[in-house]
Design a protein around this ligand. Structure first.
Ligand SMILES: C[S@@+](CC[C@H](N)C(=O)[O-])C[C@H]1O[C@@H](n2cnc3c(N)ncnc32)[C@H](O)[C@@H]1O
Length: 188
């Protein structure tokens, strides 16, 4: 049995997948800085980590990628720009094997790619479901923090009912969205 890796490399295809750009625009619009962000799906561009490391935004980001080439890109950027690793770290793994004991607390969690990449290949090693990932990262988010989803995802149709069930059972309230993003605040 092998990990269900994402055998690709995602550049900054804003027209196809603007979620990371919209996240940074939302942070700028809301004036959110000093926040601890967990980011599902770094992309090979590592845009969220790099932008949040800018002094004006000054947010810390822990990003996950299941793509070996994207992780190699992170090693290259950290090697060339070690300062960025003071506030940005990316790790290679499957979000569906997340373990709360390995995770810090967060103020903002992005679950943009919910339901996109989970399959029977993940079941083979007892991986979490999408709902379990939502619950786990909700637990890792402090009260008042935000959990974000991406309406433009090709799997949004599959994610939407799971998000609805999650929102009805967890201590969260929905806020006005921002462009392609749905935004929930943890209430307790
Ligand atoms: C289409 S790319 C989008 C990247 C970036 N968020 C963007 O919009 O430009 C999907 C991302 O999800 C990551 N990914 C796919 N399956 C994953 C999994 N099981 N666990 C963690 N990350 C995963 C990929 O490594 C990749 O970074």
């Amino acid at each position: 049995m092998k990990m269900n890796i994402w055998d690709a490399f995602w550049g900054l295809e804003v027209e196809q997948c603007p979620c990371d750009v919209h996240l940074v625009e939302w942070l700028e619009t809301e004036g959110l800085s000093g926040k601890r962000i967990y980011h599902f799906g770094t992309g090979g561009h590592h845009y969220v980590g790099l932008r949040c490391a800018e002094p004006r935004l000054d947010n810390t980001v822990l990003g996950i990628t299941a793509a070996p080439k994207e992780y190699e890109a992170f090693i290259a950027l950290a090697t060339e720009n070690p300062t960025v690793t003071k506030s940005y770290s990316a790790y290679f793994g499957d979000i569906y094997t997340s373990n709360a004991k390995l995770l810090p607390r967060f103020d903002i969690v992005t679950l943009f790619h919910s339901c996109e990449f989970r399959s029977a290949a993940n079941d083979a090693y007892g991986a979490l479901t999408d709902r379990e990932v939502m619950d786990l990262f909700t637990q890792q988010t402090d009260a008042g923090g935000h959990i974000l989803f991406y309406k433009g995802s090709f799997a949004y149709g599959a994610a939407e009912p799971i998000i609805a069930e999650w929102a009805s059972e967890m201590p969260v309230e929905e806020l006005p969205g921002f462009k392609t993003l749905r935004i929930f605040r943890k209430t307790a």
